[in-house]
Design a protein around this ligand. Structure first.
Ligand SMILES: [Zn+2]
Length: 456
């Protein structure tokens, strides 16, 4: 009897919810059928599979336990509209960032490693190229080098994502009419744009070339904040920016300033914003690192969602290219995810291992107590002592492994791989066109929708 009551209450609730969402979708799609959005914003959380959203909800709550249904939804949860499959055009079913970004940029599947080329090596036309033809402004932001797979796939075409110098060269090349491929690029990657010569290669300074040919180049967030015109390159790091956990968030500021510049140019725009390093933390199986990158992305969405809702003329979709690390909440038979312990982690594992490598043994204890403040077992203390004495090339990696074991033991974060995994990824959307992304889809559908809007 009790069960029956519960289920009929649930049923009523879901009917009400279904009705509410049905009436919403009618209004939203009516508006959207009439006209395409003026501006398009695609946000890619690199490596941000569903487990990252769940983990982040508990991390943000921070208590690590509650006996009430009072853990609040995050912005990711509240604007979640669907899921996307991400398999590449080969027999792996697990994509890399290059292949997935090529798909998200063009609507076509390709092989792992491809930047902008199909399985036969033929160039695919990206939404940025369509947008250029239509006189729209094109922009990309990333927290790693702008020559890295995700931003590169929206503009460049190379056989293999590792050809980052070639990608920088393509960014620095104007077409026959003197037009650039982009109007605004902000991220890291100075080392790829400014290169010393050697026996095989001539020295290049693409930043100088930009400056000499009408592109404004800024090399700090302050420089970006005082910039007044496009085209612009914001070169904010030699390679990637630091992890948020080791430094501070910057993606919202980068985005605010970029949107200010795009708006002042008074033309419709397409922008791709990558929260790049969720993936890197995932490759390192570093849960605290990943959660701080997620916090930065949520901060960005808390700015972008009101932005598109107030404007009423801009579509926003947020997705991931794949999941990374095989993150699970709970591991090794323990029914536990200790979110409160994740919050106590003070630095990324990579930064800690690098610091410890150069630190006298006598200082290790205090350092580890500060940044991984967990009660250590005798075995864990012995492992630390052993690795401190270890000499040789793998020293930093060996330190990293010991720290990772401690972190996973105390947080119960589970990981199955140092690579990517093939589950479907979240699709989050806001603004008048959000309903277009509701439900199950393939990531080709997201790109095709953007391209259809651009060409309408
Ligand atoms: Zn990756």
């Amino acid at each position: 009897m009790f069960k029956k009551l519960v289920s009929s209450t649930l049923l009523r609730t879901s009917v009400v919810l279904a009705l509410a969402s049905a009436s919403f979708s009618v209004t939203a799609s009516d508006a959207a059928e009439q006209e395409a959005p003026r501006n398009l914003i695609m946000v890619i959380g690199d490596g941000m599979g569903f487990p990252y959203l769940s983990a982040y909800r508990y991390f943000k709550d921070g208590r690590g336990m509650t006996n009430r249904a009072d853990i609040e939804y995050t912005t990711f949860d509240r604007y979640l509209v669907g899921a996307a499959s991400t398999y590449p055009a080969d027999d792996t079913l697990v994509t890399d960032s290059a292949s997935s970004a090529t798909t998200l940029a063009t609507g076509y599947k390709t092989y792992n490693g491809s930047i902008g080329l199909d399985v036969d090596g033929q160039p695919l036309k990206s939404m940025m190229e369509y947008a250029n033809e239509r006189g729209m402004l094109t922009a990309a932001l990333a927290t790693v080098q702008i020559t890295h797979a995700t931003p590169a796939a929206f503009f460049a075409k190379v056989e293999n994502r590792r050809q980052q110098n070639e990608i920088a060269d393509q960014f620095a090349t104007q077409d026959d009419d003197g037009n650039w491929k982009f109007d605004l690029l902000v991220g890291g990657g100075r080392d790829y744009f400014v290169r010393d010569g050697d026996d095989d290669n001539v020295a290049v300074d693409h930043l100088e070339h930009f400056r000499n040919n009408g592109v404004q180049v800024v090399e700090s967030l302050q420089g970006l904040a005082s910039a007044q015109s496009l085209p612009l390159v914001g070169m904010l790091a030699d390679v990637n920016m630091p992890y948020v956990i080791d430094d501070q968030p910057r993606l919202k500021e980068m985005t605010e300033q970029s949107l200010r510049l795009l708006e002042s140019a008074d033309r419709p725009f397409v922008i791709m914003i990558e929260a790049s390093m969720i993936d890197w933390c995932g490759h390192g199986n570093d849960i605290g690192c990943a959660m701080h990158e997620m916090a930065e992305l949520e901060q960005l969405l808390d700015f972008l969602i009101p932005y598109v809702e107030e404007r009423g003329d801009t579509a926003l979709v947020v997705t991931a290219d794949h999941s990374t690390g095989g993150l699970t909440l709970g591991a090794d038979g323990h029914y536990q995810f200790r979110a409160a312990e994740v919050r106590r982690q003070g630095r990324s594992l990579r930064a800690m291992a690098t610091d410890l490598q150069d630190m006298p043994w006598i200082d290790w204890e205090e350092y580890i107590e500060t940044h991984l403040p967990y009660p250590l077992s005798t075995e864990q203390q012995e492992a630390i002592a052993n690795v401190a004495e270890y000499e040789g090339d793998r020293h930093r990696e060996a330190i990293n492994e010991v720290l990772l074991d401690i972190l996973n033991y105390h947080t119960r974060a589970g990981w199955t791989t140092g690579g990517h995994t093939g589950e479907d990824v979240p699709v989050i959307a806001a603004g008048p066109w959000a309903e277009h992304f509701r439900g199950t889809q393939d990531h080709t559908d997201i790109a095709k929708q953007f391209i259809e809007w651009i060409n309408r």
